[in-house]
Design a protein around this ligand. Structure first.
Ligand code: AMP
Length: 367
């Protein structure tokens, strides 16, 4: 396979912070990026060579976009199959459309992972209101109802403490086809991040241990607690099987719950992932650079950690206003995404600290 030469154009569907950081990594390798998104001024377009404003479901616009680029990738998951196929007919698309189609549907995703020998949380498909009662009778409470499609960052989800919450939960998911999952009293959460090259070579980063709040990632700490090592190895092996089965190209992120019975698969994202932002400063090659290398057919860079300990905190909503205080810590790498309005729950930036000292320690002096 011939690598795409520097100076070529990478099309990125999606204009958020993931596209922005991909475009910055691509520029370093001498590529141009062309962003496709429906917004007027998306964060990624600010740092890219070209921008097309278009709707997610506009197959004609996506086909034209495909003709304008040398290779295409995506950083946004909620694109329907047909318009994405229109793009894939015009330009090589990585990761493959099948990876997106599988990850887009929680039922399909869990069944796929089960077929590969993985263990998702206990779940039942729920297609109508009566089905929710039947599923609750089998799964029990507490439980979480999640829409099969188009959910992210805790959206399209409702928690049920008792069967009496069924009516509210069904309303919360707007009566859409959903899955009911048993609530897992997990010991910890972690994710596996790997990158698969066009020739099938796979490199994996150290697994981050993740803490969520209100369904949104708050903090990733690398490495995971030593006690999770066996679970991480098992999850790495499963994630690799997922990548191989999809003939995957690019960065793949899979989230797991650590439990006394071993790792339970939660979900995978066919793209660069928030829990991999630490790799920009904390690994020899970042997830963004390796994704670009993979889609362009270049050899992958090393994924080794560059420090004994790395921590990444998301800046959500008005937390980004704390930027002067964050920068007062000379160890802090501040990333702001250039989003105008700091709405509650909106990811505005992140901060990474690389070292083997604790977060929040302010008395460190050189050395
Ligand atoms: P998701 O969008 O499915 O990744 O959910 C976001 C976060 O909600 C997860 O990372 C967990 O912290 C929590 N969560 C989701 N599903 C479950 C579950 N079945 N049991 C316990 N916590 C969950």
């Amino acid at each position: 396979m011939t690598p795409l030469p520097p100076g070529s154009t990478i099309g990125i569907v999606g204009g958020g912070q993931l596209g922005r950081m991909l475009a910055m990594a691509a520029a370093q390798l001498g590529y141009r990026c062309h962003i496709y998104a429906p917004d007027q001024a998306p964060p990624a377009a600010e740092v890219a060579a070209a921008f097309t404003r278009g709707a997610w479901d506009d197959g004609d616009a996506l086909a034209a976009f495909g003709r304008a680029v040398d290779v295409a990738t995506y950083e946004f998951e909620n694109i329907a199959a047909a318009p994405l196929e229109a793009l894939a007919r015009e330009a090589p698309l990585f990761p493959p459309a099948k990876a997106l189609a599988t990850a887009q549907d929680r039922l399909e995703e869990k069944s796929f992972v089960e077929r590969l020998g993985g263990r998702p949380t206990s779940f039942r498909a729920v297609d109508e209101r009566a089905g929710l009662d039947a599923a609750l009778a089998e799964i029990g409470c507490p439980a979480i109802l999640k829409t099969r499609r188009f959910g992210y960052d805790g959206k399209g989800q409702a928690r049920l403490a008792s069967p009496r919450d069924a009516e509210d939960a069904w309303e919360a998911v707007s009566g859409q086809p959903s899955v009911l999952e048993a609530f897992v009293p997990f010991d910890a959460e972690f994710s596996i991040l790997l990158c698969r090259a066009r020739d099938g070579m796979v490199r994996v980063w150290d697994a981050p241990q993740n803490v969520h709040g209100d369904g949104i990632l708050r903090r990733s700490t690398i490495p995971c607690d030593a006690g999770l090592a066996a679970q991480v190895r098992e999850a790495e092996a499963l994630t690799r099987r997922i990548a191989d089965a999809l003939d995957y190209v690019g960065v793949l992120a899979a989230e797991y719950f650590a439990t006394p019975d071993g790792p339970l698969f939660n979900e995978f994202a066919p793209r660069v992932h928030n829990s991999g932002h630490w790799t920009i400063e904390g690994a020899v090659t970042s997830q963004f650079e390796n994704h670009v290398r993979a889609v362009c057919g270049l050899p992958l860079g090393a994924t080794a950690r560059t420090a004994p300990r790395v921590e990444m905190d998301n800046l959500i909503g008005d937390e980004a206003d704390r930027w002067p205080a964050i920068l007062a810590d000379p160890r802090a790498h501040l990333h702001l995404y250039g989003k105008g309005e700091a709405r509650p729950g909106r990811k505005m930036g992140h901060v990474t600290r690389v070292g083997d000292w604790g977060l929040g320690t302010r008395d460190w002096e050189g050395g």
